[in-house]
Design a protein around this ligand. Structure first.
Ligand code: CP
Length: 312
């Protein structure tokens, strides 16, 4: 069985297949065809141990638009509150015959463990500070729709990289697709191993902006940090926030992205988030098409068309 746990599980051909399939599915939706019969008789379980708005809703919409049966599990109201483990929760769901399990969990590595316990394909919907591969796919899909081929495009990812599973998955996928990624962050908000990542690092946002085709702002994950990470919110915004003055440095064609949820006025000014350059709402809509493509390619045929096996 093949899974989608890391953006690195996708070859260049896999990634292009997902993006092309997402484009076809988006065009079908544009023709007001709301539902396809492709996954009729298949069961998708959405297993959310950590809060989510966009990812949870879009996986549910994606599975339903492909006619799958959908079981939504959220930890609130479940027997996890009685101490039931991830393994026992997984085995219970397994008994219901899940063909695909979408999991979000606060522990990095939880989807990998789950893949050892269930027969269905596991799709990582965000694990701790590790990865969020379908976010990277919907981001690449959004960039490609606005800018065309990503090869040689300059993507600048700004902010709290240390806590960001979105940043890691984007760096890996964009590298696979031939884009050049630069991370901009305070030194305290970069992972120690960032020099092993396939990207560049800068501490000077104003110098990088004029050369960028895409600026992706990250949420400052204040729930995961203390005062040692940066002096004050004001100081952070002054050095690393995207406001109208900074946007004026961008090339005319450049776009502004944010995976959400946003801290308006911290990493991104409200007027920038709501401007025509911003793809933030498009990213959410594109998330349904990208996730439909992933579900279709993993569960639609007799054999998965993408992804990677997990060693036991
Ligand atoms: N971008 C993202 O993963 O948002 P949610 O946490 O709301 O799913």
């Amino acid at each position: 069985k093949r899974h989608l746990i890391s953006a690195a599980d996708l070859t260049r051909d896999d990634a292009l297949l997902v993006l092309d399939t997402a484009e076809e599915l988006a065009q079908v939706a544009d023709r007001s065809i709301k539902k396809l019969p492709t996954l009729r008789g298949r069961t998708v379980v959405n297993l959310f141990f950590e809060d989510s708005t966009r990812t949870r809703i879009s996986f549910e919409a994606a599975a339903k638009r492909l006619s799958a049966d959908v079981i939504n599990f959220s930890v609130k109201g479940s027997s996890v509150s009685k101490g039931e483990s991830l393994k026992d929760t997984a085995l219970t769901l397994e008994a219901m015959g899940a063909d695909g399990v979408v999991i979000r969990h606060s522990a990095s590595g939880a989807p990998h463990r789950l893949a050892n316990w269930v027969r269905g394909s596991v799709i990582n919907a965000g694990d701790g500070t590790h990865e969020h591969p379908t976010q990277a796919l919907l981001d690449a899909f959004t960039m490609r729709r606005r800018l065309g081929d990503l090869a040689g495009r300059k993507v600048t990812i700004v902010g709290d990289v240390l806590h960001s599973r979105v940043a890691r998955s984007n760096v890996l996928l964009l590298h696979t697709l031939g884009a050049d990624v630069t991370l901009v962050a305070p030194p305290t908000l970069l992972p120690v191993a960032v020099d092993t990542w396939p990207c560049s690092v800068s501490y000077d946002l104003d110098a990088v902006l004029p050369k960028s085709d895409v600026v992706m702002m990250l949420r400052v994950q204040r729930e995961r940090m203390n005062a040692a990470y940066f002096p004050t919110v004001r100081e952070y915004s002054r050095r690393y926030g995207l406001d109208a003055d900074r946007v004026a440095r961008l090339a005319d064609h450049a776009i502004v992205m944010h995976p959400g949820p946003m801290n308006r006025g911290v990493e991104i000014a409200a007027e920038v988030a709501d401007s025509p350059r911003s793809t933030i709402v498009e990213q959410v809509a594109n998330g349904v098409s990208a996730r439909m493509a992933v579900l279709y390619l993993l569960l639609g045929g007799s054999e998965p068309a993408i992804g990677k096996e997990v060693s036991h």
